[in-house]
Design a protein around this ligand. Structure first.
Ligand SMILES: Cc1cc2nc3c(=O)[nH]c(=O)nc-3n(C[C@H](O)[C@H](O)[C@H](O)COP(=O)(O)OP(=O)(O)OC[C@H]3O[C@@H](n4cnc5c(N)ncnc54)[C@H](O)[C@@H]3O)c2cc1C
Ligand code: FES
Length: 272
């Protein structure tokens, strides 16, 4: 296993009351949806995707527990360990009309892809359906509006955009329009709804999964999916819908001890 490289924090940007972006003094090449293992000495090591790649690496973190709290309280000049990029499963674009669906901080790994819409020789049309609990939790909306994508916003409380979950918008649109592909990242119950629509409508779909990770490189088995044994760190974190049907996806995940933790949060909640 590679030892973490210690890199300097250049800036910490507060994006919303609960989300910050950490800018690192590091330029790196990675594929959309891959991740890095970030190490804070005496705190631990956890996986994070990147929200910007074209300049210094940016990692966008939602404060939910001890490690993410510590990440968000880093200061300019602090050092943090990084190894990666990891993951043989990443967002792989095919076709012309792409629907990108994100819930809450799930927009982070999709941002580099959205902003590089025109990088390929073949121009693509992106429709972005982005949901959050409330207006204050909508991230990167200004950045998205600077691109050419069609943006549809939804919130649970109706404080911005449509008052409904993302999957209801997808369901409505797919009755009138055909997408070549769906790319999705967000809370698992929301992604499960998206997967079911994609299967029903026969639209190729890729989803980014989160599982508890220790090694990040396929050694420890802590991120394996039942019953296939696919490893989220090695075979993912992005999987095609077919690999997730009839799996633990949308039902449970393993916690740090390896015990099953059943998903109890509501399907309509778009930001956990
Ligand atoms: C491949 C991969 C990429 C990831 N990329 C990112 C990323 O770009 N940004 C990011 O913020 N996190 C990302 N995560 C999650 C991250 O690794 C941590 O699990 C997360 O920051 C919580 O760690 P913690 O120690 O602070 O809290 P924990 O003690 O691990 O969790 C505290 C509680 O919060 C819940 N929780 C976990 N994630 C969220 C969430 N997003 N919103 C609300 N509640 C949550 C947990 O289920 C638990 O109940 C990624 C995970 C994986 C596997
Ligand atoms: S985190 Fe160790 S095998 Fe995936």
């Amino acid at each position: 296993m590679d030892a973490p490289e210690m890199v300097k924090v250049l800036e910490v940007k507060e994006e919303t009351p609960s989300v910050s972006t950490i800018v690192l003094e590091k330029k790196v090449k990675a594929k959309y949806g891959q991740f890095f293992m970030l190490w804070i000495p005496d705190v631990g090591e956890k996986p994070y995707t990147f929200s910007r790649l074209d300049d210094n690496l940016e990692i966008t973190v939602k404060r939910v527990g001890p490690f993410s709290e510590k990440m968000c309280s880093l200061k300019k000049g602090d050092l943090i360990g990084i190894r990666g990029p990891y993951g043989d499963g990443y967002f792989n674009l095919t076709g012309k009309d792409i629907c990108i669906i994100a819930g809450g901080v799930g927009i982070a790994p999709l941002m580099p892809l959205i902003e590089n819409q025109r990088e390929s020789e073949r121009e693509r049309n992106f429709t972005v359906i982005f949901g959050a609990n409330t207006k204050d939790e909508l991230l990167f909306v200004d950045r998205i509006k600077k691109t050419d994508v069609e943006l549809i916003i939804t919130t649970d409380d109706g404080s911005a955009g449509e008052k409904c979950p993302c999957h209801e918008v997808l369901s409505r649109i797919t009755k009138k329009r055909r997408f070549d592909q769906i790319l999705c990242c967000g809370p698992e119950p929301m992604m499960k709804e998206i997967l079911e629509i994609a299967i029903k409508e026969k639209i190729p779909c890729q989803l980014s999964l989160e599982r508890y990770m220790k090694c990040g490189i396929g050694i420890c088995g802590s991120c394996s999916l039942d019953p296939s044994g696919l490893l989220v760190c090695k075979d993912g974190p992005v999987f095609s819908a077919e690999k997730l049907i009839n799996s633990e996806f949308g039902k449970y995940r393993r916690d740090a001890s390896g015990s099953r933790a059943y998903l109890r949060y509501k399907a309509k909640c778009q930001n956990w």
